[in-house]
Ligand binder design. Structure first.
Ligand code: C2O
Ligand code: CU
Ligand code: CU
Length: 481
């Protein structure tokens, strides 16, 4: 991130005026199943069930939402009311988490302490605040102990919230593609393989990488226009290191947030599990075909894996994998890159500093620890007051990457290994590399109640690398709303 360049674009205000007559280009996506909110409400039925599907040309027995992988796209506006009528037809208990949404973590909203037994239903209901950030979010199961298995089975679906960023004329006129990245480990007969204990410790990964449940889609860059790529890493453990070959691209947001201005990506785009990226590709180069690829990424376990001698089945991505082909198409509208995006709110100085040390313990159910302790559902690890800003230092004391995630409130990454981050982004998952330190600023806004922070390598979360945070009114009462 240090060598990033700030994009300069001359004359964009003139172009922006001309653009305001353009209507929205419908999203180009091969995602099947899409529910869009109407007159301020989105009501969806969602059923989790095991099912045999064809994925990437091969038969696969997967865990599905509404018989598909990934689950259907939900699209809503900031301010909308959302109701999800959920049915669990799995053999195990499950539940839903709405990753990244700033909504109550209690009641029937984003409550990860709910459990939906097999055969049962649960209605979820919440309001997206009117000032909610526009961005890509996602839903996935969050039943402690079963999260990695269920997400690795295929349970994940994208959520688009339309907000202020979507009102920027250049963004409004851009073509849009949503790419959900998942990986699977299937036998030749299409059955999900049970990971060995070693891979459970490492974090399960599969050799089959899919994009929207398929292999390598071809996307169109409008010549002279913009393609807005919205990527979601919905894999339980895999870290993607993405590169657009021979073509510039510009980051406009990470996770659910938007940057103050587009930033040219001069290094690979690294997406840890749970991370999203909002990127613009400008069709101002030689028309042709360009490929978006994923490179092998070392999560810091290569030593652990070395010498294990796993014949054909090593769970390691050794080759470069094509994620998408980008091909120049016709000019729809001539659209320049926007010169500015959204100003970041200024935070109050932190009223409190805390440290979270990530480390490994002995094998077993509690082998991944935060501040020396594995997860306990009846223990509150961290108590914060509503209306305050805190500075957290996340210290990785282990030889493996651990992407740190906090529910309900997004944070700003301000330092890596003590070095200030030039353009702090709003995000909800930050990868903390082996033996690295990351400092974040977290404003606690709007919602009281208990929720969690955890490593988003979901096997690590299932094995204890999670803590409970309680957000309370300043008077000390944890009043539920
Ligand atoms: Cu994407 Cu607590 O999770
Ligand atoms: Cu989450
Ligand atoms: Cu981890």
């Amino acid at each position: 991130m240090k060598r990033r360049q700030i994009l300069q674009y001359a004359g964009s205000s003139v172009a922006a005026i001309a653009l305001s007559r353009c209507s929205k280009v419908p999203p180009e996506t091969d995602l099947v199943g899409r529910s869009v909110s109407q007159s301020g409400a989105l009501v969806v039925d969602l059923t989790a069930a095991e099912q045999t599907l064809t994925i990437s040309g091969q038969s696969a027995q997967l865990l599905t939402y509404n018989h598909q992988v990934p689950g259907p796209l939900w699209e809503m506006q900031a301010g909308d009311t959302v109701q999800v009528n959920f049915t669990n037809h799995l053999a195990d208990p499950t539940n839903l988490h709405f990753h990244g949404l700033h909504i109550p973590p209690t009641g029937r909203a984003d409550n990860v302490f709910l459990s939906v037994p097999p055969g049962e239903r649960q209605q979820y209901q919440f309001v997206i605040p009117p000032e909610h950030s526009g961005g890509l979010f996602w839903y996935h199961p969050h039943h402690h102990g079963l999260v990695a298995e269920q997400v690795f089975g295929g349970l994940a679906g994208p959520i688009i919230v339309r907000g202020a960023v979507d009102q920027i004329p250049e963004i409004q006129a851009a073509a849009e593609s949503i790419l959900v990245l998942q990986d699977f480990d299937l036998s030749r007969r299409g059955r999900r393989r049970e990971p060995m204990p070693m891979f459970r410790r490492w974090g399960r990964q599969g050799d089959l990488i899919t994009v929207n449940g398929d292999r390598t889609p071809t996307l169109t860059i409008p010549q002279g226009g913009l393609l807005r790529l919205r990527l979601l890493n919905a894999s339980p453990s895999r870290i993607y290191q993405l590169r657009l070959n021979d073509h510039p691209w510009y980051l406009i947001g990470i996770d659910g947030g938007t940057l103050p201005e587009p930033v040219e990506l001069t290094e690979d785009l690294v997406l840890a599990p749970g991370n999203r990226a909002d990127v613009l590709v400008a069709g101002d180069r030689t028309p042709g075909a360009y490929s978006l690829v994923s490179l092998p990424y070392d999560r810091g376990i290569s030593d652990m894996m070395a010498g294990m001698g796993h014949g054909t089945h090593t769970h390691r991505q050794r080759a470069v994998v094509a994620i998408a082909h980008l091909q120049y198409g016709e000019t729809i509208h001539t659209v320049p890159l926007p010169s500015t995006l959204l100003a970041s709110p200024v935070l109050a100085p932190p009223s409190r500093r805390r440290e979270f040390v990530l480390d490994h313990g002995i094998d077993g159910a509690q082998s991944f620890l935060i501040n020396g302790r594995g997860f306990a559902h009846d223990r509150i690890d961290t108590r914060v007051e509503l209306g305050t800003v805190e500075e957290w230092r996340i210290i990785n004391n282990a030889g493996m990457d651990h992407p740190f995630h906090l529910h309900t409130n997004a944070f700003q990454v301000i330092r890596r290994n003590g070095e200030p981050v030039l353009l702090p982004a709003w995000q909800d998952v930050v990868n903390v590399k082996a033996y690295a330190t990351v400092d974040i600023l977290v404003p606690f806004n709007d919602y009281v109640g208990k929720t969690v922070y955890h490593c988003h390598i979901l096997d690590h979360e299932d094995q204890g690398m999670m803590g409970i945070i309680e957000m309370r009114q300043p008077n000390g009462h944890a009043r539920d709303i």
